[in-house]
Each structure stands twice: as structure tokens, then as C-alpha cells.
Design a protein around this ligand. Structure first.
Ligand SMILES: [Zn+2]
Length: 377
């Protein structure tokens, strides 16, 4: 637990110093301060034993087909004089990065409302023990409240697990969508959706041969045993560690260096595994369901259908159909018989049915054309 609490190493130091020459005094800030509460660990232990965890890690968007939007409230903390704030463009990039990382989950993150600014030098240089007081300020319920600070002392970021007493995410500006870091933002938000570090040991040490992967480590079997990659990944994302299996087999670890939930170099971390994505989505639809904005079918003029939120649909003059999917052809239902697409059911459609008789058209299509005769509504 201690290693997860303060995990700083020299990795990323060079890039930080180059990018921020004026802040060379706090170069060791690539740690993550996210720690689940004991209650949370017990909850997950219970879910592992009763099968809920397996259900969560096997959740697949392709089976469920649920699209949902997740609103983010962005808070930019600045010094008393208004300096040091993260530019909006970097927030936008960070959200885009996250959406790329979770693209197969059906979840789409978006910033809701304008960025909330706070000028307070006390919080601009944030100590970890100020996390709870910061995330209580201007927090908007049912959204992911993310606070960007000029300096998160000794840390890059921290995100709350679902049962933590203080709820929110804090990220150091220097770790947010920089040229060498497109991973911390997604990493911290993933904690908010209950993803563990790949090297976590709250549930025991995962053996290199993976034999206990369903109950130990990060409790995902598609993330190999990870001894903690802090300081043992080179500039080219190669693992350089020499540690041997803690389970006693004598085998060396062979962890991937690209996983977003690892402590690999920031620029090496590019993806979540399938089980991590499944847990992310399952948590969103269960533990964080109050955050979700479900998209429905939005019928635009000319019967074009787009799957968006009600708010967005109405703002562009569409007709919103809650709980309906564009896949069901809901926007063109009244004119299914308009085979030629001229907004009129008539002789041309009848001829099309005859020309395509038995392949693909049948007597049902013929009857539909006759019963729908006339202009489309
Ligand atoms: Zn972390």
C-alpha cells in the first residue's frame, strides 16, 4: 500500500525538466496518489468471491450496445494573481485522449459547462492531504470533477475509487496532455472507474505464471504480473528490471510497458486491456450510473438519424427519441416503402419491387408499398 501511496521515481524527469525549465525544482512528480479505502478493497474482495467481478470484467459493449455520455466538470486552479492555469486546449486534448483510450466501451466523455476557475495559491501548490478539501470546492454532482493544479507536490495525479470518502480527480498541469504525456489523465480517470494499478497487491501478489491471476494482483488475467515499473523502463519503453517471481518459481517478470495503469514511462502508456475496459464500462453503468447521460436517437431533417444526448439533439433542432436506437431505423419508419428515396411512395417503388421480386423483395414489400401509397410524412 505504501508503494502505491508515494511512488516517485526519476522516470519522466528529463522530459519534465525540458518542458518546464522554470519548474526544475519539482521534477520528481510522476507519482500517482490514488489509494482505495479499506472498505473498497473489502467490496472488491466480496465481488471477486461472489462472481460480480467476473461479470464486470467480461462486460462487452458489442454484447450490450449501450452508448452513454459521461460529463466532466473541469476546474482550473491558478495562483492568487491568476497565473499558472492550464490552457483550455490541453483540457480538450486530454479528453480526446481519454476517448481514444476507451473508444470500444461505448462511453464518450465530454466537458459539461464552462471551465470553473479558482485563484488560490494555497491550492495551486497542492499537498496530497489537501485533496479532500480541494475536490469539495465547486463540485458538480453526477459529473467527474477534475481539478488541474499548477503543482501537485510530488505527485502527477490522484483519482478516487467509487467508495472513497472524497470524490474527484486532481492532476498536475505538467502531467496533462504535454508532448510526452498523454496518459496520466486517462490513468487517473480510470481509477475513478475502479481500475487498479497493474502492480497492485491489495489482493495479493500475482505470480509470473499467471496461475493466481483471477484472485491476485490487479485481478485481471490479461495483464501479466507486474513488479512495479517505476524506474525499470528505458527511454524506448523496454523493461529493464531483473526482479524474479515473488511466488518462488525463479522466473523473471515480463510485464508490458504500454499499459495505462502501470508505472511505466508516461509516453509509453497507450492502452487498456479488454478486461480493464470491461471493468471501466461496467463500473460506469453500475457504481457510477448516476453520472451517465444516455444517448437516444435524434431525427434530423431529411430523416438522418444520429445517436446523441437529448440536450444536443434539441440544440440542433432535431426530434429526440429517448431510449431508441438509430439502428432500428426510427427516423425513417414512416417511409419504409419509399424504396427509391424520393419521399414519395408510388409507381417507381412498385416497379422497384417488381424488378427485385423474390430478391430481395417479397409480397410483404408489395403490400407495404400499396398501403403506404402517397407522399412520405
Ligand atoms: Zn494511479
Amino acid at each position: 500500500m505504501i508503494t502505491a501511496l508515494f511512488c516517485c521515481t526519476s522516470s519522466g524527469t528529463l522530459a519534465s525538466a525540458q518542458l518546464n525549465p522554470g519548474h526544475a525544482t519539482h521534477v520528481e512528480e510522476d507519482g500517482c496518489g490514488s489509494v482505495p479505502s479499506q472498505e473498497h478493497i473489502e467490496l472488491i474482495r466480496q465481488r471477486i468471491s461472489d462472481g460480480t467481478w467476473e461479470t464486470a470484467t467480461q462486460w462487452r459493449y458489442e454484447d450490450r450496445g449501450i452508448d452513454a455520455y459521461v460529463p466532466i466538470t473541469a476546474h482550473v486552479v491558478r495562483y492568487d494573481d491568476g497565473s499558472g492555469g492550464l490552457p483550455q486546449s490541453r483540457i480538450d486534448v486530454a479528453i480526446d485522449d481519454l476517448n481514444d483510450h476507451v473508444a470500444t466501451t461505448g462511453l464518450v466523455f465530454y466537458q459539461m459547462g464552462d471551465t470553473i476557475y479558482m485563484n488560490d495559491s494555497q491550492y495551486a501548490e497542492l499537498d496530497s492531504d489537501e485533496f479532500c478539501s480541494l475536490v469539495a470546492i465547486d463540485s458538480v454532482p453526477q459529473t467527474v470533477n477534475i481539478y488541474f493544479v499548477p503543482d501537485f507536490v510530488n505527485l502527477c495525479g490522484r483519482g478516487s475509487f467509487t467508495t472513497n470518502p472524497c470524490q474527484g480527480v486532481v492532476i498536475d498541469n505538467d502531467c496533462t496532455a504535454t508532448s510526452s504525456n498523454h496518459s496520466t489523465f486517462s490513468h487517473e480517470v480510470a481509477h475513478y472507474f475502479n481500475l487498479y494499478h497493474t502492480h497492485t497487491t491489495y489482493h495479493g501478489v500475482e505470480c509470473v505464471d499467471g496461475s493466481n491471476c483471477a484472485t491476485a494482483g490487479d485481478v485481471h488475467c490479461d495483464t501479466p504480473a507486474d513488479p512495479n515499473l517505476s524506474g525499470v523502463v528505458d527511454d524506448f519503453c523496454n523493461y529493464t528490471g531483473t526482479e524474479l517471481d515473488e511466488c518462488g518459481s525463479g522466473m523473471p517478470y515480463a510485464p508490458p510497458t504500454t499499459n495505462l495503469m502501470s508505472y511505466s514511462r508516461k509516453w509509453c502508456r497507450t492502452h487498456f486491456t479488454q478486461e480493464q475496459l470491461s471493468l471501466f464500462a461496467w463500473t460506469a453503468h453500475n457504481d457510477r450510473s448516476d453520472h451517465l447521460v444516455y444517448a437516444g436517437a435524434c431525427c434530423m431533417q431529411n430523416e438522418v438519424c444520429v445517436q446523441v444526448t437529448q440536450e444536443l439533439c434539441l440544440s440542433v433542432g432535431g426530434t429526440y427519441l429517448a431510449g431508441q436506437s438509430c439502428d432500428d431505423g426510427v427516423c425513417s419508419e414512416q417511409c419504409d416503402a419509399d424504396l427509391t428515396g424520393d419521399d414519395h411512395v408510388g409507381v417507381d417503388d412498385l416497379l422497384a419491387v417488381i424488378a427485385g421480386w423474390q430478391n430481395p423483395y417479397t409480397v410483404d414489400d408489395l403490400l407495404l408499398v400499396i398501403s403506404s401509397w402517397g407522399p412520405c410524412e
